[in-house]
Design a protein around this ligand. Structure first.
Ligand code: PA5
Length: 392
């Protein structure tokens, strides 16, 4: 279950009239959203796709003990966020997923090769465009490794590609090893596509994840209200949103959030800069600025009401963690920082899947409130073009 509080600690900065005006725009904003040709992520994937994913996952488990996922941005952050939220901090026994293709570090690739060379490897290359530099270079290197380690023929069986129909990358493998990202779904909204469901299928029941995600997509009112509150806070000069978490395993989730909001609304010199604090660690770092520094930011706290029952001095540690989080909300709001609270009853797969859907809706609504197109990322394309010119 998710609970939202967008009012208690923001009311000093938002007038009822301003909020009412934005809430009145809801029909117009939803109409823009509903008529976009990039909301394929609001349609449940076909049974055929889900069955192929489960079959493939069983095949991978039978032949391998690790899956190396090559993807960047929206092509890896969804599954990365979800998986990191649930794998154990230490001695994790889930099927090993290794993420690469997110940097151009030769040290990283060298160390990765050393680490995986004696394992049984499957590769999942994920790129909607099929041209992203980091991913394609890592693919080249790891394809060579697979061909040297196994035969060329066996390597082919161990490579799965997730991309768009008919691009060069899609032609690298047989149909059986190919998964498509639909044209009407952009990278950061592709959580319900094979881009994320294939890696997740190794450790989770993807039908349950999908069911929860689609429940999350019904949180239209909550997502729209959150978008309005953020917009009004922005208008009051709060240009930065700090996503504040008190469970470190959600730090990958905050990376996903940063990409979602930055690429969705950061356009035409508009948008709210998303940052994150991983607490209680960052109370001893950015906490000083947030409490006492330049008043440019508001916060969105992601609270988890109940977690494991470790007891210290007869007090459950998670209760202490919650008391600290509540105290910080109060202290920051006394320091003129507006705060939103999103509370999960537990850190469950269902709640995280719902939360992904909730944030996707609100990011898109928010972009429409800023009058920018949510589903492109022209800024990213500009740097890619520059790199291309300089590399040739
Ligand atoms: O959200 C997006 O669309 C981007 O972050 C892309 O996912 C990212 O640039 C990777 O692109 P591609 O999947 O084409 O390799």
């Amino acid at each position: 279950m998710l609970k939202f509080d967008f009012f208690t600690y923001t009311k000093n900065y938002i007038t009822k009239n301003d909020l009412a005006d934005l809430l009145d725009k809801k029909t117009e904003i939803l109409q823009k959203f509903n008529t976009s040709n990039m909301i394929g992520w609001t349609k449940y994937p076909s049974n055929e796709t889900i069955e192929k994913l489960i079959e493939t996952s069983n095949k991978i488990k039978a032949s391998s003990n690790c899956l190396v996922v090559l993807g960047i941005g929206g092509s890896f952050l969804g599954s990365y966020a979800f998986h990191n939220a649930f794998k154990k901090y230490f001695n994790d026994s889930s099927f090993e997923i290794i993420y690469a293709g997110t940097n151009l570090s030769s040290n990283y690739l060298n160390d990765l090769i050393d680490y995986i060379k004696n394992k049984e490897i499957t590769l999942n290359v994920i790129s909607k465009s099929g041209t992203t530099l980091e991913v394609m270079l890592a693919y080249k290197v790891l394809k060579n490794l697979l061909e040297e380690k196994y035969s060329k023929e066996e390597a082919q069986k161990r490579i799965f590609i997730t991309t768009s129909e008919d691009n060069d990358l899609s032609k690298e493998v047989e149909e059986e090893n190919l998964f498509l990202i639909p044209d009407d779904i952009g990278g950061r909204y592709s959580f319900i596509t094979p881009a994320h469901l294939l890696p997740l299928s190794l450790n989770y029941d993807i039908r349950n994840i999908l069911d929860a995600y689609f429940e999350g997509l019904t949180l239209i009112d909550e997502a729209y209200t959150y978008a309005c509150i953020r917009h009004l806070l922005f208008k009051k000069g709060f240009y930065v949103e700090n996503f504040s978490i008190y469970e470190e395993s959600l730090s990958a989730f905050t990376e996903w959030l940063k990409q979602l909001f930055a690429e969705t609304e950061g356009k035409n010199s508009k948008g709210i800069l998303p940052i994150s604090t991983i607490n209680t660690r960052d109370l001893h770092s950015l906490g000083q600025f947030i409490q006492d520094g330049n008043k440019i930011l508001f916060e969105t706290f992601i609270k988890i009401a109940k977690s494991s029952s470790l007891t210290i001095n007869n007090k459950e540690l998670h209760i202490i963690n919650n008391i600290v989080e509540d105290s910080v909300i109060k202290a920051h709001s006394k320091g003129n920082v507006a705060c939103n609270i999103i509370e999960l009853d537990y850190l469950s797969q269902e709640n995280i899947a719902k939360l992904l859907a909730f944030f996707e809706l609100s990011a898109a609504y928010s972009a429409y409130l800023f009058e920018v197109e949510p589903f492109n990322q022209p800024g990213v394309e500009i740097y890619k073009k520059e790199v291309k010119e300089n590399l040739n």
